[in-house]
Design a protein. Structure first.
Length: 289
């Protein structure tokens, strides 16, 4: 068969296949249309779902300011007597609790305070190994240039740790939101307590221990973080720190040192009214860019 005849045969077969495909498409077109309408009805949203309003998109900053309901809590003294009331703003103590934000802030704190002085010696820092231990050829052994190579006993460490900082950056709005979430979690659990003063008379450990036994009588365990307005303040100060020095389950920090990790580490959170005023004022200020 000549080349021209072969080309004509292939062309005629192609035309025949095209005609059959067009005829089949014309016959199946109504079936496809009915199938598409069924799929559209099946996949259409229900009336109940369609009637739901669109959920507002809340980011890191939006979720922190979503709740604005204030909370009123009683103010006690160290004798467990109610002496007044305090209003906690909902923009700080009523925000939704974000466990992911708390996790990020705690990791940032722990990484920042990590010492980072780990160090191993490389083959250049290990003593010895200055000369070639054996000839390159002639003994049938592996070639080696120093006895302090990484694969040798007593040699240097390959890719070992070096002195470095583990600190990483974290946005200020995320840090502030973490503080709000930690305070909101303690408020929601009923573990945030407000006091007019935490000062202990004569700075005696036994006196503070007696006060805490009364205050924590219903608590499952004794674990307290006390926050006053300063190391030399009248609402706690040096007398409180001296009294709690021998109580390992009590931590005391001033309000400027309040942090997420310390709040989450202890079960109960005790704050004085003056310290709480400063914390609220600090968290209400705009973030400095």
């Amino acid at each position: 068969m000549s080349r021209n005849n072969v080309g004509g045969t292939v062309y005629e077969a192609f035309l025949l296949m095209t005609q059959r495909f067009m005829q089949a498409s014309a016959v199946q077109a109504p079936l496809f249309a009915a199938h598409n309408s069924d799929v559209a009805q099946c996949c259409a949203p229900s009336r109940a779902f369609a009637a739901q309003p669109a959920r507002p998109q809340t980011g890191t900053q939006g979720s922190a300011e979503a709740a604005t309901t204030d909370t009123t809590v009683p103010v006690y003294n160290l004798d467990n007597q109610e002496v007044g009331q305090y209003t906690l703003p909902g923009t700080i103590f009523g925000v939704p609790i974000r466990r992911d934000i708390l996790h990020r802030v705690v990791r940032w704190q722990l990484a920042k305070r990590q010492q980072g002085t780990h160090k191993t010696k490389t083959r250049a820092e290990v003593s010895g190994g200055g000369r070639k231990p054996r000839p390159q050829k002639g003994q049938g052994k592996a070639r080696i240039g120093t006895i302090r190579a990484g694969q040798m006993r007593g040699g240097g460490v390959i890719h070992g740790p070096v002195v470095r900082s583990h600190e990483h950056s974290l946005n200020r709005k995320v840090r502030r939101l973490g503080m709000k979430c930690a305070l909101a979690a303690k408020t929601l659990e009923g573990r945030l307590h407000v006091f007019d003063s935490l000062s202990v008379a004569d700075a005696k450990t036994r006196a503070l221990d007696d006060h805490l036994n009364i205050l924590l009588s219903s608590a499952p365990r004794r674990s307290v973080l006390m926050v006053d307005s300063g190391k030399e303040s009248s609402d706690g100060g040096s007398s409180l720190r001296r009294a709690a020095a021998n109580l390992p389950w009590v931590d005391i920090i001033p309000q400027e040192g309040l942090n997420v990790y310390s709040i989450l580490q202890r079960d109960q959170l005790f704050l004085t009214t003056s310290a709480l005023d400063k914390v609220i004022h600090q968290l209400s200020q705009p973030i400095k860019r």
